[in-house]
Design a protein around this ligand. Sequence first.
Ligand SMILES: [Zn+2]
Length: 326
Amino acid sequence: MYGVSLLQPQVEHPPDRAVCPVRGCGVSAPWEPGPVPSAGDRRCPLHRIFLSRTTFRYERETDNLLWTGRQDLALLGAARKGTGERSFGLDSSPGAVTWNVFRWLESTGGLALLLEEWLGETVLENAVAYWGYGSRNHELLPSLRRARIAFAEPESDETLFPVCIETSSHFVVVAPRLGPINIGDEASGRKRWAPERESDWLGEVLMPDWRELLDMRLAAALLRIWALGSYAAKLRGLAFVLLDISPRWANGAAGESFESGLRIAEGRRLAKANWEDVYDFAGQAPHPDADVIRAYLGDKSAGYSLDGRLRRAFSLDPARTATRVS
Ligand SMILES: [Zn+2]
């Protein structure tokens, strides 16, 4: 895994080529605008990554994952079964960060403790599902499926929630992101969420002008989680929480416009968290592999800016700001 400590702080690319970002490597490959390749000759054979100008993709997806034991990969494989390719090999993949962080929290028993901090209330027991699959608590999944059916949503990459957590009183859907909501929409060709079926539920949980927010792809994705997740929570008889987790630098006023679309009510709310909270948490508690997760978050890059400067994914300065919103 190549983090900030192994990547060149600044890169310059020859015309029509992309250079390998790993320090000390001089390899370059043909480059053209568009998606980061996953096959072909646009790779560095020394570091086994496909090259682009702002990020890169691991040839072996497991090179981008922290937890690759037999049970881990079996769980991840089952979670992704039938949903097509998901780019966990991409260095900037939110899915890979989500897996690396939440699988650690779950398997070390830290998840309930950190959830208490994020939700501001006691959390008893929890069951976790990744991309619609969980190895425990099989009641969680039928309600998700029923919610999808109620809204006529296809079961696909785009429509499965990355992480769902059920506690004794809450149904929590985690919305993981690595940047601000109002980011310039680089994937503008991708279909944004628009409800397949009209439903009274949309009017119940969303403000009247929510459709205006669908122009922003991330906002649309969050509204979708809000609508379907709250419906699934209702089926389970649990309070719903949308847990919006982002880097601290991206958790600002940018989210305001998305929040204006939500009809907050008793038993239905938005909570905000930062990836950096996990870094702090790992520093406080004697959990196994706490040093691994701290090294990972501390070294994680956000790729290169257009002028070739390497950026950190997370800001880990000790000055913490209060970010929890209920
Ligand atoms: Zn290289």
